[in-house]
Design a protein around this ligand. Sequence first.
Ligand code: COI
Length: 400
Amino acid sequence: MTSLLRLGGGLVRGGQRGTLLGARMLHVSSRVDDIRAAALQKTLTTAPKALVAKEKLVFGHTFSDHMLTVEWTAKGGWEAPQIKEYGPLSLDPSCSVFHYAFECFEGLKAYRDAQGKVRLFRPDKNMERMNHSVERLHLPQFDGEQVIECIKELVRTDERWVPEGRGYSLYIRPTVIATENTLGVHRANSALLYVITSPCGPYFPTGFKAVSLYCDETNVRAWPGGVGNRKMGANYAASVGPQVEAEKKGYQQVLWTIGEDSELMEVGTMNLFVHWRNEAGEEELVTPPLDGTILPGVTRDSVLELARGWGEFKVSERKINMKQIARASDEGRLLEIFGAGTACVVTPVNRIHFKGRDYVVPLDPAHPESQAGPVAGRIYKALMDIQYGDVPSKWSVLVD
Ligand code: COI
């Protein structure tokens, strides 16, 4: 059920084409060369849903009242963006997204600060990465700044869905799919960009707790020249079989590696960080380099910048393999390992299975009861301080 409402300047009633600028109604074409936030049209639900208590939220299970959609065709370009009631998409069974996985997505969050204001974290990085993903699918690129403005309006529209409190946020899922109804494998002539939002607490049901990893030497997440550095749904779908196998063996996440030396890649759906004393005796934080196989994570980039800013130990983007980790563990040089990503923020690792042996990864030697190592714990706090607006930063973008 929907009703036609107009909120704020620059928005128009659903079903009519035009933009209200001050008192003047300008008639604009419904199709534009690029996405334009000023052309946004809004149709609000008349049946808002009941909120779910934040303690009961399970990641990705609850969705807010509205969504953003922007249609594109090769002939006409981008249509005017629409905010409308959250609900099913109507797609033909022949639609190209269903057959050839023409899909990419993003994940970012809206946080409520101590003053009750809502903030986004580095949304420009998500838009940049999404444009990189759509490029490989030959789907249309777009002006990221304009989509951020549309996302802000979606978050303002569903502001009541942004939960309060550290650890809680409104997860935002921008998605682009090809919508052409043909079975030929070729460039798509129509596409849909849509954004849905979902209030959430911790990603893992266990909360901010260390996880165990199974080093998978059979399945590879990504390879040179592949699409590991693009956020395509197909990368995640193909990870589920190995994930289930790891769980059956008693481990929570897959440690993705590549090559005979088992070079480290990622952990589960996260980027990977190793804090150790390297072979030269230096204290170092290492993450695999962006060589085309690794997802350029927004949290990854933020961890690197924060740790470099501290200037307390070496911070490197370089290759590191499982044999080096095993040796460091045996020699007591392994300090901590953690995953980093938007959904989970920072997830410490407590154990890795490699070639028939379990290697214990220390958490915080100074605080044995802690579920995080010293760098993971500090990064977690530093990120939260910024995301929840307690520490001013150019990374935190006010929605109002
Ligand atoms: C994110 O951290 O936003 C992710 O992409 C993980 C997601 C697959 C749940």
